[in-house]
Design a protein around this ligand. Structure first.
Ligand SMILES: Cc1cc2nc3c(=O)[nH]c(=O)nc-3n(C[C@H](O)[C@H](O)[C@H](O)COP(=O)(O)OP(=O)(O)OC[C@H]3O[C@@H](n4cnc5c(N)ncnc54)[C@H](O)[C@@H]3O)c2cc1C
Length: 116
């Protein structure tokens, strides 16, 4: 579904599209991390409209991906698809710190989505 990628609005008033179903002139990977980031912008855009406030900062197509390297080591890639003229990605070397961060990332989402 085509959207304005800065705020995920469709051409229909008050209708948004985000996640795998949305598309725009610029490429953003289809991944849950981007759907989550887009959902935050949509929520803020709706809240700003209701409150009559300025819209949030544009959606940047920002996300992270953790990669397991064995021996308890995890690397993290950070990607930003829309924040600049072309996509940028930064790769971090595997470490135990990223392994702990990945565990925390999963734990916070399990708690938020499923409780407990
Ligand atoms: C094997 C695999 C591994 C992946 N690994 C990762 C990963 O490591 N990290 C990551 O960030 N992303 C990963 N992804 C991608 C991620 O799962 C998707 O990008 C993400 O789920 C998209 O979220 P969404 O809400 O847009 O769509 P979905 O999660 O697909 O949700 C859409 C929902 O709508 C429902 N639906 C469909 N049609 C209708 C209808 N007509 N009426 C009512 N409901 C309907 C579907 O049943 C579904 O529940 C992976 C995907 C796959 C397949």
């Amino acid at each position: 579904m085509p959207v304005d990628q800065s705020n995920l609005r469709t051409r229909f008033p008050d209708v948004y599209a985000l996640g795998d179903v949305s598309s725009g002139p610029r490429t953003v990977a289809k991944a849950g991390i981007f759907a989550e980031a887009a959902a935050l912008v949509v929520a803020d855009d709706i809240a700003a409209k209701i409150a009559g406030e300025e819209p949030p900062a544009p959606y940047e197509g920002w996300g992270i991906c953790y990669a397991e390297f064995g021996d308890g080591l995890v690397s993290k890639v950070e990607v930003n698809f829309l924040g600049g003229p072309s996509p940028v990605a930064a790769r971090n070397d595997p470490s135990l710190a990223f392994a702990a961060e990945k565990a925390e990332f999963g734990a916070t989402r399990r708690a938020r989505w499923f409780g407990g």
